[in-house]
Design a protein around this ligand. Structure first.
Ligand code: PDD
Length: 278
């Protein structure tokens, strides 16, 4: 695989990041994941806008204009013959001797790579997933897509050890989001509910794209908080992300939804999203 590292395209074996890079020492970095289908990027404008916003919130300068980043993404896809999978982008604050405070003149480290992965008709999309429930272990600025992911890593591992496929986070009785996805519930056959964007969750790009498709179909999407109890009494639920698109959730904790089968409205939304993407 050819990757982009330290301002050049290199074979992955040749790519090196410095020991004192703050991304490595502090998780002082932002990242993005854009899906690729048929060699084309999905919702990439939304991902790049969020990337720029994350960096602004962290006061890390954008290492190059967004149109140059798009060229690098496209070149990586072409050089690696990527048809289906993802392009990953990461910018860290840069290298400096280890101090919490940072100097204003650091040079950000930009890396990018592709990952081949089947994104359509996966087992999770066909059968739905069982999500565990865990207290949200993360900090108070989850709207910034930082590389500081240990809360998610630990929670996903614990959920797997408990026999679940994934995990939804709960804070004060309210569902925040999935460990790496946006949470949606369908409380009755007509309404679709997802939490409004705030510092409590990552503003999902797949969420946004799906909401536009819902509007075009005349479907009502309510942006509001919902409790774990409401989620567990919903008729259907699903989660969205760039790496999983629309994935049915058929069990939340010990509670089965729709008898453990993906519901009809979730199936429709999966199809709308794939049609628009594909
Ligand atoms: N994660 N919430 C969290 C905490 C996430 O990590 C993600 C995505 C989402 C969904 O966002 P989007 O639809 O823009 O992908 C929500 C990516 C896929 C990852 O970390 O690999």
């Amino acid at each position: 695989r050819v990757v982009y590292c330290a301002n050049e395209f290199v074979p992955e074996e040749k790519a090196r990041i410095g020991l004192f890079d703050r991304g490595f020492l502090f998780g002082d970095a932002a990242y993005e994941v854009t899906a690729v289908l048929g060699g084309r990027m999905i919702d990439n404008d939304l991902h790049l806008a969020r990337f720029a916003r994350s960096l602004t919130e962290l006061s890390i300068p954008l290492p190059m204009p967004l149109d140059r980043i798009v060229e690098i993404q496209r070149e990586l896809i072409a050089r690696n013959n990527l048809m289906e999978g993802a392009v990953y982008l990461q910018v860290s604050r840069g290298e400096a001797d280890r101090e919490f405070l940072y100097a204003a003149d650091l040079t950000p480290t930009f890396v990018a790579f592709t990952q081949a992965k089947a994104l359509r008709d996966t087992k999770a999309q066909r059968n739905g997933v069982a999500v565990d429930i865990a207290p949200d272990p993360r900090w108070a600025r989850r709207d910034i897509k930082t590389a500081m992911l240990l809360g998610q890593v630990m929670a996903k591992r614990e959920a797997r050890a408990r026999g679940f496929d994934d995990v939804w986070f709960v804070e004060n009785g309210t569902v925040t989001e999935g460990a790496s996805s946006t949470a949606f519930i369908i409380p009755d056959d007509r309404r679709i509910v997802t939490r409004a964007n705030s510092h409590a969750t990552l503003p999902g790009c797949t969420r946004r794209a799906l909401m536009r498709l819902c509007e075009a179909q005349g479907l009502v999407v309510e942006e509001r908080s919902f409790s774990l109890a409401e989620a567990q009494s919903a008729v259907e639920a699903f989660q969205t992300s760039a790496s999983s698109f629309v994935t049915p959730v058929v069990r939340i904790g010990e509670t089965l939804l729709g008898g453990g089968e993906p519901g009809p409205l979730t199936r429709k939304l999966q199809a709308y999203y794939l049609d628009a993407a594909g």
